[in-house]
Structures are given as C-alpha cells and as structure tokens.
Ligand binder design. Structure first.
Ligand code: ZN
Length: 167
C-alpha cells in the first residue's frame, strides 16, 4: 500500500464529472488499497478518487476514523436511491486546506453501488455516515465544499489559494 498525493482545489480533476468503473481490474484493486491507506494517513473519514487525480466513480470511507479504522468501506458507482430529512453539517475537506463551511445535507440516505469485490450493495445511512456519503459522492459529480459556500466565502478562499500558489 502506498500513500497517494492529494489533489487540492482548484485542480481541474476536482471539477470533473467522474466516469463509472466498468470492472475491477488489478489497477483498480490497487487504487482501492492505496486510497484506504491515503484516507487514514491523511486523517480523513472519506476519500473520493478525483482527490487522488483519478476521475472515476470510486469512494472510500470509514466513519470511525483513522485511529479506530473499524469500518472501512469501499463503494464503486454509488447512487442515491433515497434521501430524506434535512440537516446542517459543518464540513472540511482534504482537498481544501484550512477551509470549512456549513452545508445543508439530507439526514438519511440510501445508497446503492458495488463493493470492492464487485458485488452489488445497498446501504442505509444516517448521521455522520450519511454526511460522508453525500460529501464524497459530491466529489464524483465535480463538486466540492466551495460550491456549497457563500460567494463571499468562496472569493476569500480563492484569493487565499492564489496567494499560496504564488509563494
Ligand atoms: Zn472532500
């Protein structure tokens, strides 16, 4: 396993709509292992393939976090089947250093997809897990937290990022 570099905003791959995964090739299997490792080593609870520069519909997550590592999950081609309720969550993202914002999310979601063995799975989630799923699936649709933020907040972050890139 290897820790992969994380692509940060405004890398174009983060704004692309990712492609479905047709089959689990040895390359995809390796990418899955590396993404789980990268997620934990970066202190994250979720990671989407575009964040490591791959524009494919693949996410990894573990709501228990990098210390416990008790519930690692992999989803390929995830799709929402049902979304109910509303909640507000305060989120940050490995691809947006120092940024955080409040996001309106569904409270409960049901997601369908494939696991790392290519088997069909359906998952009903609420609370933190539901938030992680919505955040990561946003990445597959080329959306990051800045797309949920106010125009002012986004502009401020844009100028911060520009300054970092110059330094
Ligand atoms: Zn993110």
């Amino acid at each position: 396993m290897a820790k992969l570099p994380i692509y940060t905003y405004p890398e174009p791959v983060l704004a692309q709509i990712a492609q479905p995964v047709a089959e689990i090739t040895p390359e995809i299997a390796k990418l899955i292992e590396d993404m789980v490792e990268t997620m934990y080593e970066s202190d994250g609870v979720g990671l989407a393939a575009p964040q490591v520069g791959k524009s494919i519909r693949l996410i990894t997550l573990d709501e228990t976090g990098p210390k416990e590592r008790a519930k690692p999950m992999v989803l390929l081609n995830p799709e929402f089947v049902e979304q109910t309720g509303v909640k507000e969550s305060e989120e940050s993202c490995l691809s947006l250093p120092t940024f955080s914002c409040k996001v309106k999310r569904f409270d409960t979601v049901t997601v369908r997809g494939l696991n790392e063995k290519g088997e069909a799975v359906e998952l009903k989630a609420e609370g933190l897990l539901a938030v992680i799923l919505q955040h990561e699936i946003d990445h597959l649709d080329g959306k990051t937290l800045v797309d949920h933020a106010s125009r002012l907040k986004r502009t401020l972050y844009d100028s911060k990022v520009k300054k970092w890139r110059k330094d």
